[in-house]
Write a protein that binds this ligand. Structure first.
Ligand SMILES: NC(=O)c1ccc[n+]([C@@H]2O[C@H](COP(=O)([O-])OP(=O)(O)OC[C@H]3O[C@@H](n4cnc5c(N)ncnc54)[C@H](OP(=O)(O)O)[C@@H]3O)[C@@H](O)[C@H]2O)c1
Length: 246
């Protein structure tokens, strides 16, 4: 089981990932700029985990003994972003692109050797007052590569989970139905994050190769947002690749 910090975990995407991974048994540290906000969010997410488990197991929440016996404890706690980073082996960056650089600066002290950073960030044009259906091109190539340029060399950066929506992740009663492309870092680091992707029921992890491929993967989210609007898919579409060898 992994210790996972989610920086910006009080937001939609971070909360969704936190719920899925807590249900899979991982220990989650919700990070926020404000510790109190993180604690409140962690408590809410724990309640969602309990409520969903009770509903799926058909247990009355008021039956404290049955809940204790049959509902697995969700290990979710809240901290400020730096403290969450220090406690974790895997640090997920889940803040809007416009706040990426100050956020990385605020946690840099906690990014020690061996930690793996996972970027879910999409550089949507909303960062500069534009539309959510287009992206801006960071000088470094992608949001993930911006992160790479800011962190110590002994910290690996992986790009993943940009093409799955917060709404799909947050609905614990339903499996997601999508592929998760994981790129960057060493093959071993990618494997660790691919295992985390597989912990989300319905998700299939695909090895996306080097971090530069984040330049191709991040814009898919802008494409999906446009298609969600055209097809009125409120919960968000996903992507699937076919003919992939087992
Ligand atoms: N939502 C989706 O469906 C989705 C799907 C794929 C990828 N993504 C990507 O995932 C990332 C997070 O998306 P989201 O929808 O979860 O975003 P969000 O809810 O708008 O924000 C996430 C968190 O970022 C922090 N934040 C807000 N303003 C900030 C600021 N000025 N400085 C530093 N931190 C700030 C907040 O945490 P605190 O106030 O607690 O610090 C907030 O809860 C984005 O890069 C997005 O492109 C989202």
């Amino acid at each position: 089981m992994k210790k996972i910090a989610i920086i910006g975990g009080t937001g939609g995407q971070g909360s969704g990932l936190a719920l899925r991974w807590a249900r899979a048994g991982h220990e989650i540290f919700i990070g926020s700029r404000e510790k109190n906000k993180a604690c409140t969010s962690a408590d809410n997410l724990k309640t969602i985990c309990i409520d969903t488990a009770c509903s799926l197991l058909e247990i009355e929440k008021t039956d404290v003994e049955a809940v204790k016996e049959k509902v697995p404890e969700a290990k979710i706690s809240g901290f400020d972003n730096l403290e969450a980073t220090k406690r974790a082996d895997i640090v997920v960056i889940s803040v809007p692109y416009s706040h990426l650089i100050p956020t990385i600066a605020s946690i840099k002290e906690g990014l020690t050797e061996g930690k793996i950073i996972v970027s879910v960030v999409v550089p949507l044009s909303t960062a500069v007052g534009g539309k959510a259906t287009t992206i801006i091109s960071p000088w470094e190539g992608s949001a993930a590569e911006v992160i790479q340029s800011l962190v110590p060399e002994n910290v690996q950066v992986i790009s993943a989970f940009q093409n799955v929506s917060a709404d799909r992740l947050s609905n614990l009663e339903k499996d997601v139905d999508c592929d998760i492309i994981v790129c960057g870092g060493s093959k071993d680091a990618r494997k660790i994050i691919m295992e985390l992707a597989k912990d989300i029921p319905g998700a299939r992890a695909i090895d996306g190769g080097p971090l530069q491929n984040a330049r191709l993967i991040e814009p898919i989210t802008a494409l999906l947002i446009g298609m969600n609007i055209r097809y009125k898919v409120k919960e968000g579409m996903g992507i699937r690749f076919t003919y992939l060898p087992e």
